[in-house]
Design a protein. Structure first.
Length: 270
């Protein structure tokens, strides 16, 4: 049985990944579901169990290192091994840097704690077990981890850091047979931006990005799973993202304009 740990599994991409894996593999997969919301995790587990999957719910705040290590320990204790770790938990943010007051700037650090350090701690704890199984690591980054987007300085910083960490780790793990797949979703129809932070570090309640061409969660997850199973290095999901990363090398100003155009007019820098 393949054992997969998914952080951020209470809703959005993480919950949909659990459902799709359960639908594909049924009783052949064990899912370790982690997030802060126990109610959301229980709902995801119920859906996946109904499809035949074996589920373990472990409420986890990845911003706390001991909880990350407990997650991995409980997964191994329950299932005996780990085949795949999906680092998906994350928090979004939308704020112009000039609008952030000095007394509120600490939330930039808090965001890094979740988006980068949560992945680092979970990966470090799971690594010996993944090496033993020649397993897989998946890091769900963002196009904001490839191209800086105005109004998303904090979020881009965390996702660029995540991208660099897992790129270096991939090179370290080649001889161990452990694959590292970094996924770069664009705008996906989830609530992450609405749950994200504003300039005061409070819940924004709205999205600053245009969402008329947003990708469905189901499509996004299908692409991530395909990349994970093929042990691909990266999964860049949109044609604009694929084009933008190359244009950035020769005409960075064009990419900056593309990034600005991704914002709603009311939140663009003046």
């Amino acid at each position: 049985m393949q054992i997969v740990i998914i952080t951020g599994a209470s809703d959005g991409i993480g919950a949909e990944m659990a459902r799709q894996l359960a639908q594909r593999h049924g009783a052949g997969v064990g899912l370790v579901l982690a997030a802060r919301s126990q109610g959301g995790l229980e709902s995801t587990a119920k859906q996946c169990s109904g499809l035949g999957a074996h589920c373990l719910v472990v409420p986890t705040d990845v911003a706390q290192e001991p909880q990350c290590r407990t997650l991995i320990a409980q997964a191994v204790e329950h299932f005996g091994h780990i085949d795949t770790l999906v680092n998906n938990a994350g928090v979004s943010a939308q704020a112009l840097f000039a609008d952030v007051q000095a007394e509120d700037l600490h939330w930039y650090q808090n965001l890094m704690q979740v988006n980068l350090w949560g992945s680092v701690w979970c990966t470090h704890a799971a690594l010996p077990h993944l090496k033993a199984r020649k397993g897989r690591i998946v890091a769900v980054s963002s196009l904001a981890g490839l191209i800086g987007v105005p109004g998303r300085t904090a979020y881009s910083a965390t996702k660029f850091a995540m991208t660099g960490f897992f790129e270096a780790l991939r090179a370290e793990l080649i001889s161990a047979g452990v694959s590292v797949t970094t996924a770069f979703p664009g705008v996906v129809l989830t609530q992450i931006r609405y749950h994200g932070l504003n300039a005061k570090g409070e819940r924004a309640g709205s999205s600053g990005l245009r969402e008329d061409k947003a990708m469905t969660v189901a499509h996004c997850v299908r692409l991530i799973i395909a990349g994970m199973q093929a042990r691909e290095r990266e999964v860049v999901m949109t044609s604009a993202g694929k084009l933008g990363r190359f244009i950035k090398l020769i005409a960075p100003g064009v990419v900056e304009r593309m990034a600005r155009n991704a914002l709603k007019d009311e939140v663009k820098p003046r």
